[in-house]
Each structure stands twice: as structure tokens, then as C-alpha cells.
Design a protein around this ligand. Structure first.
Ligand code: 2AM
Ligand code: CA
Length: 254
């Protein structure tokens, strides 16, 4: 590995500072639509540009895949970047959005960083070395009863006009739990499971750049990652992450 977690943190925090400058001046933020319900702002573009330049300067051997700019050459070893996950929340002055950067080598996630500047929380993980929030080790919750659980989900599927739109599934699971949240950033949601703030999270129709970094952070904090049938692995079109103890109770409801 030719970059340390410390160097990565400095780069991602610098990217966060760029995002915050725009976040503090939303009145002047340029917002446009990529498709009818999908926004992009000047902040997304500026942050991704900075990350592409800086990460490529530090590690010229790695390729780059960003939500806004697409894929560069070498995709065997690459950075997978969502400059602002939770763009809609960002554009409305809400706090749950994050910069998501993952390093993937030969299909395996090696490093992940999710920085939520408005919350002042920096999450990171390296394969096999645990997960951290603001420098302190984190792990998933110990909640073992679905009835007492706090679950999170999202509705990217509604924005994609899908018929299988998560509403029935949410209804089924919500009725069996005590707390339900919808924060609007899959990258941050995965970190909330890693940190024990949520006991489980699922969403469908996401892209790898939304979830790559958060998935490694969740996994390193002890979370299970499966599809809606319980097959282990990272499936952005059908991602379910739990603290492990709730997996068997939640699967039949998916
Ligand atoms: P974004 O903010 O980068 O667009 C929220 O439910 C999650 O879904 C976020 O990670 C968000 O990423 C993503 N998302 C929002 N709209 C989407 C769409 N139309 N298709 C796929 N993912 C979407
Ligand atoms: Ca995203």
C-alpha cells in the first residue's frame, strides 16, 4: 500500500473543508439536475476534482472512479469516490452527508474513509485493522432483539421510479422495531451501523461509490453485509448490513 491512513485522512479532511465552504454559502450554490430527481452541485464537482488530483498525485499507480467524472484507466487498483453522498441533504442545509473514499485492489476493499464534515465525524478503516471514528475504535451494537432495534433505510429507489420501491418492506420491518431513521446518505448510514447508532440498515439501487467505503468500515466494526436473501458480500443494488445479532430476525421480513 503506498498511502497511509494518516495521509488519506489529511486529503479527505481537506476535501471536507472545500465542501464546507459551499455548505456555509448555500444561497450562492449552483445546483443542477443530472436526471429528474438527481441533483449535482458545484460542491460535488469541486470536491471530486480535488480528490482526483490529489489522490492521483500521491498514488499515480491507482485508477480513479468518481460519481461525477466516471472511470479512468487502471480499474484493477482504484479509488472509488463519492464526493458528496447525500447531495440533496447537503443542498438543503441538513447535516447528514459525507465524502466517501475507498481504495479497492483486485476487487477487494483495502481502505475506506467517510467524512461527515457538518457532524464533525471522520470514520475510517483498513482491511483487517478495525474501524475508527475520530481516531477511536468503534464496533457494532449489541442489540439482539428486533423489537428493541433502531433501523435505518433509504429510498433511492423512489428517485429511480422503481416499482419495487422499498415502501412495503419498510412497512413490514418498521412495525417490528422501536426506532426508524432515514438519514439520506448511505455512506453515513453504514458508518452509523459501524458505530452502533443504528442496529441495521438496508437500501436498494445504490452504486458502488455510495457504499464502498462505508461497507469496509461497517465490516471492520463487526457488521454483516449481505443481499436481501442473506448471501454474504457487498451488493449495492440490494445492501443489508446488520450488527450480526439481528440478521436472522430481519431476513424473513426483507
Ligand atoms: P447521492 O446523494 O450521492 O445522490 C440516499 O437514499 C442514497 O441514495 C444516497 O447514497 C444517494 O446518493 C443515493 N441516491 C439518490 N438518488 C439516487 C438515484 N436516483 N439512483 C441511485 N442512487 C441514488
Ligand atoms: Ca452517492
Amino acid at each position: 500500500m503506498s498511502i497511509s491512513l494518516t495521509t488519506l485522512e489529511k486529503i479527505v479532511r481537506d476535501a471536507g473543508a472545500i465542501a464546507l465552504t459551499h455548505f456555509r454559502d448555500l444561497k450562492n450554490l449552483e445546483i443542477s439536475k443530472k436526471s429528474p430527481r438527481d441533483f449535482v452541485t458545484a460542491a460535488d464537482v469541486a470536491v471530486e476534482h480535488f480528490l482526483q488530483e490529489t489522490l492521483t498525485q500521491h498514488c499515480p499507480e491507482f485508477g480513479f472512479w468518481g460519481e461525477e467524472s466516471g472511470q479512468s484507466a487502471n480499474q484493477n487498483a482504484r479509488w472509488i469516490v463519492d464526493p458528496i453522498d447525500g447531495t440533496h441533504s447537503f443542498s438543503r442545509g441538513q447535516y447528514f452527508w459525507g465524502i466517501s473514499v475507498a481504495l479497492e485492489v483486485d476487487g477487494e476493499l483495502m481502505m475506506g474513509a467517510v467524512y461527515a464534515p457538518a457532524l464533525n465525524d471522520y470514520y475510517c478503516a483498513e482491511k483487517g485493522a478495525g474501524a475508527f471514528k475520530n481516531g477511536i475504535p468503534i464496533k457494532v451494537s449489541s442489540e439482539s432483539k428486533l423489537d428493541d432495534a433502531m433501523i435505518g433505510t433509504g429510498f433511492a429507489c423512489l428517485r429511480s421510479y422503481l416499482e419495487d420501491n422499498n415502501l412495503a418492506r419498510f412497512g413490514r420491518i418498521a412495525q417490528k422495531t422501536t426506532g426508524q431513521r432515514r438519514f439520506g446518505s448511505a455512506a453515513v448510514d453504514l458508518c452509523l451501523v459501524a458505530d452502533g447508532q443504528l442496529d441495521a440498515f438496508w437500501e436498494q439501487e445504490l452504486n458502488l461509490y455510495d457504499v464502498a467505503a462505508g461497507a469496509l468500515i461497517a465490516k471492520e466494526a463487526g457488521a454483516t453485509l449481505t443481499d436481501f436473501k442473506g448471501n454474504p458480500g457487498l451488493f449495492p443494488k440490494q445492501i443489508l448490513t446488520t450488527n450480526g445479532l439481528l440478521l436472522d430476525q430481519i431476513l424473513p421480513l426483507m
